[in-house]
Design a protein around this ligand. Sequence first.
Ligand SMILES: [Fe+2]
Length: 350
Amino acid sequence: MTNQMGRILTPDSLPKCLPQATLMVKGHEAILSVPSNDYTFSGKSAEMIQGIFSFLNGTNTVNIISQKTCLASEDIISLLDYLCGESVLIDINNENKGSLTGYQLVELVKQEIVFWRQHINNQIFWEKVHNGTCSKRQILGWGIEFYHYVDAANEYMAAGVAYCRESIDVRQKIAAHYAEESDHGEIFLQGLMKDGLSATLVKKSLPLPSTRALINYLNEVAMESSLVYTAVFSLMQSDGKSFSKIDLTEYYSQLIELYPFAQGMFGSFLKHALIDARLDHQISIFENLYANDEIISHREVKRTFVTVRQLVNCFILYYEYLFEYYGKEDSQLPRRAPQVIDFLLAENKG
Ligand SMILES: [Fe+2]
């Protein structure tokens, strides 16, 4: 039941299962359900998953789970390693991974990204987008905040090139990646214009604090090292599964059907996704640069995971707050600088 990486967890691991995972018992079987799959356990594995499931929240070590459930650590690790390989579970103990080869690090990051994508996709924002219950403000507000995020490539990707301290070859690849992304903000601006927004007002609008926090974080990451900087693209570039032109077109057509006023905006999302597909962005720059035999130190491995997880937090807050802010009927769209009157109750606004 271990994956091709061999053992991933240790007795010190802090296993965290996808928060949306549920466990159902049917006769002698236990079914673990996550959005993308159901895992059926039978016999001893079924008993084990029932015993340990409630402890898989990232706060209990395997040793503690073993003590509380009287199950052997080795058996728990075998079962959890399998779930890790399926990206249903991660070890959130950042101290737990030693130095790794580039291949191993890239593989572990890819597994973890699948985990976090499911978590991000399960946020209320996406549920509302897909069931058609977002307001016009929320959809167009998303378009504006997304424009700010995409256009910020000219900040943080430029920093990624400037602060590269590796070989010329690595810097050239990072620079080429920046060049490919540098004008993508314009695609989203054009889309918003088609939907009736003023390009000048969108460009001048203030990003929400949460959007700015995401961009600021990317700026810091870009200065730290090329390894952690490129690792963030594992999350930000598409996962490669959704790169079929037919699937992309169908997905955005459905969104246009739900939100016909945002035809221009979703047209831009589609156009952008197709450009990324053409540029082979389904293999991230991180994989291109670091999937090799070079040894990556424990410190760098740790920084990679800390960074990816922090970026997940930034994205969750980004979606959460744009949904909240543009959910208010009196919110500015596009935003201008906040004024005191924005925070007064309606009856006091005069
Ligand atoms: Fe892009």
